[in-house]
Design a protein around this ligand. Structure first.
Ligand code: UGA
Length: 506
C-alpha cells in the first residue's frame, strides 16, 4: 500500500521504516530540512537499535523515500500517518498546533481521497477536531478525507522490536472501510508472515497480536490511559522503596513477589530516580488536564506526578548526606539518557541531577554510551568522557543514573582503585549491594537494605532452608504446617527465581 509519514521523530521513523520493511511503499517528510538531509545521506538522526538497518534495507529496496516537501508526501500516499510531536504547553496540556498545521497541509495538498491516521499521542477527541479541520480546509476540493486513530505503544530502545512484535494493535475508526484499510496495512504483522530485522534467526514463537477495533475517542484514551497507568506503577514502587528504607525491607523482594500475582504483573515496578523521557511525564500531565477540562479530578495521577518530581531531590539528599560537603567535590555520573539503549535525554532524571549538582559547585564528569552529544547541547559546561573508567578517576563519588548494561559489566575493582573515595550512589539499583560492600565500596541504592543486613538475612534464609529440609518428613506426614512453624515465608524456589543484579566483574 502507499503510505505517507508526516513527522520524522522516533515514532515516525520507526513506523515508516517498519511499514516499508513489511512491504509497503513509504514516503516520509519532516519540517526540519536538516533532519531530512541526514536521512537522505543514509544516516538515522537518532540512536534506536536496529533503526539504521531497517531504514537502509528499505531504501535500497526502493520502498522508502524522504522528501522536504510535505505536499509531495501527502500526494504520494493513500494512507497518511501523522507522527508529529505534541509537546506540553506551560499548562501541561498537549500542544496540538503541529497537528492543526498538518491538517491544513493535507486538506489543501491532497488530490485523491485519503485515510488520515493519527499516530501522535493526542488527548481524547482530537480525532473529531482533526476531522473537522480537514473538512473545513479541504471544502473546496470535495475529497473524502477519513480519519482514524492508531496509537503507538513503542518503547524507545526497543521500538523496532515493539513494532514488529506488538502485543496489540489498536485502531479507532468511524467506518468499515478504514478498518479494512488498517487491517491490510498491518496484515503481515497480524499474520506473522514477515521475518523481522531484530532477530537474525527465526523470530521467537509468540501469539499473534490482537487488532482491537474501537471508536476513535476510546482509541485515543487507551494510549493516555496506558502510559498514565505505567507511571502510576512506577510511582507506587518508588513510595514503596521509601517505606522499605525506613523499615529495613528490600523493595526488590517486595515488588518481585507482588509481580508474581498475574493481576499485578512484574513490570514497571522498578524503583529509582523515577520516570523521565518525553512520553510518560508529558502524557500524565496532559491526561490530568484533559480530565480537568471535563470536570473529572484525576487526583491519583497528580499524586503519581508529585511523587515522581521528588525522586531526584531525594536522591540528591542522599548524595549530600554521603559527601557531607559537596562544593568542589569531584563527582562522576554514569548515564545521561532517560533510560538505556537510547540517546534521548529529554526530561532525563540524570540531566536534572547534574544540573543541581553543578549549581552547588560540584565538579561533574559524565559518561553515557550514546547520549553525550545530546546532553552537551543542554549542559555544555559539564566534562564528558567517552571512557566510563575516566569518570571514576579521582572521584569523591560515583552516581549511577541510567541502568546501561555496559555499566553493570564494568570492572568495579578497577573503579574502586581509581576513585579518591570508593563511594557509589546507585539511583537505578543496577548493582548488588552485597558484592559492592564486599569490594570495599560505600554503596547506597534505592529502597534496599544495607549490605550488612542483607548478608545477615541471606545467612538466615540459608538456615531456614536447612531447617525446612530437615523438617520435610515431618511436614509430609501432616503433623505440622510450614506456615505454622515459620510464618508465610516464600519457598526457597521462589527466592532463587529472582537473582539480584550482580556486577559482571567484581
Ligand atoms: C513509554 C511507554 O512505555 C510506551 O509504551 C509508549 O509507546 C511510549 O512511552 C510513548 O508514549 O511513545 P518510553 O518513554 O520509551 O515508553 O519509556 P519507558 O520504558 O516507558 O520508561 C519511561 C521511564 O520510566 C524511564 O525513565 C524509565 O527509566 C522509567 N521506569 C520504567 C522506571 O523508573 N521504573 C520502571 O519500572 C520502568
Amino acid at each position: 500500500m502507499r503510505i505517507s509519514i508526516i513527522g520524522c521523530g522516533y515514532v515516525g521513523l520507526v513506523t515508516g521504516g517498519c511499514l516499508a520493511e513489511i512491504g509497503h511503499d513509504v514516503m516520509c517528510t519532516d519540517n526540519d530540512p536538516a533532519r531530512i538531509a541526514t536521512l537522505e545521506a543514509g544516516r538515522a538522526p537518532i540512536y534506536e537499535p536496529h533503526l539504521d538497518t531497517v531504514l537502509a534495507t528499505a531504501r535500497s529496496a526502493g520502498r522508502l523515500a524522504f522528501t522536504r516537501s510535505a505536499g509531495e508526501a501527502v500526494r504520494a500516499g493513500d494512507n497518511i500517518f501523522i507522527c508529529v510531536g505534541t509537546p506540553p504547553r506551560q499548562t501541561g496540556e498537549a500542544d496540538l498546533s503541529a497537528i492543526d498545521n498538518v491538517a491544513r497541509i493535507i486538506a489543501t495538498e491532497a488530490r485523491t481521497p485519503k485515510l488520515v491516521i493519527e499516530k501522535s499521542t493526542v488527548p481524547a477527541q482530537t480525532g473529531l477536531q482533526l476531522k473537522r479541520a480537514l473538512a473545513v480546509y479541504g471544502r473546496k476540493n470535495g475529497l473524502t478525507l477519513r480519519v482514524a486513530s492508531n496509537p503507538e505503544f513503542l518503547r524507545e530502545g526497543t521500538a523496532v522490536e515493539d513494532f514488529m512484535h506488538p502485543d496489540r494493535i489498536v485502531v479507532g475508526v468511524e467506518d468499515e472501510g478504514s478498518e479494512k484499510q488498517l487491517r491490510e496495512i498491518y496484515r503481515p504483522i497480524l499474520e506473522g508472515s514477515r521475518h523481522c530485522p531484530v532477530h537474525t534467526a527465526a523470530c521467537p514463537p509468540a501469539p499473534a497480536p490482537h487488532m482491537l477495533v474501537t471508536s476513535m475517542t476510546s482509541s485515543e484514551l487507551i494510549k493516555h490511559a496506558s502510559n498514565s497507568f505505567l507511571a502510576l506503577k512506577i510511582s507506587y514502587a518508588n513510595v514503596l522503596a521509601d517505606l522499605c528504607e525506613r523499615l529495613g525491607a528490600d523493595v526488590e523482594e517486595v515488588t518481585s513477589a507482588m509481580g508474581l500475582d498475574p493481576r499485578i504483573g512484574p513490570q514497571f515496578l522498578r524503583a529509582g530516580l523515577g520516570f523521565g523521557g518525553f512520553c510518560l511525564p508529558k502524557d500524565v500531565q496532559a491526561f490530568v488536564r484533559l480530565a480537568e477540562s471535563v470536570g473529572v479530578d484525576f487526583g491519583l495521577l497528580k499524586e503519581a506526578e508529585r511523587v515522581n518530581r521528588r525522586r531526584v531531590g531525594l536522591f540528591l539528599d542522599e548524595v549530600r548526606r554521603a559527601l557531607w560537603v559537596v562544593k568542589d567535590k569531584q563527582v562522576g555520573v554514569l548515564g545521561l539518557a532517560f533510560k538505556p539503549n537510547t540517546d534521548d535525554v529529554r526530561l532525563a532524571p540524570a540531566i536534572e541531577v547534574i544540573r543541581q549538582l553543578a549549581a552547588e559547585g560540584v565538579q561533574v564528569r559524565a559518561s553515557d554510551p550514546q547520549a553525550m552529544e545530546k546532553a552537551r547541547a543542554i549542559l555544555p559546561d559539564v566534562e564528558y568522557v567517552r571512557d566510563p573508567y575516566e569518570v571514576a578517576k579521582n572521584a569523591d563519588a560515583l552516581l549511577i543514573t541510567t541502568e546501561w548494561e555496559e555499566f553493570r559489566r564494568m570492572d568495579w575493582k578497577r573503579i574502586r582503585d581509581v576513585m579518591a573515595r570508593p563511594l557509589v550512589l546507585d539511583g537505578r539499583n543496577l548493582l548488588d549491594p552485597v558484592q559492592m560492600k564486599a569490594l570495599g565500596f560505600e554503596y547506597y541504592s534505592v529502597g534496599r537494605p544495607d549490605a550488612q543486613a542483607k548478608l545477615k538475612r541471606r545467612r538466615n534464609s540459608a538456615i531456614v532452608i536447612q531447617a525446612l529440609t530437615a523438617l520435610k518428613p515431618v511436614l509430609q506426614e501432616g503433623h505440622l504446617s510450614k506456615t505454622a512453624i515459620l510464618g508465610a515465608r516464600p519457598s526457597s524456589r521462589d527466592r532463587t527465581k529472582r537473582q539480584p543484579l550482580e556486577p559482571g566483574n567484581p
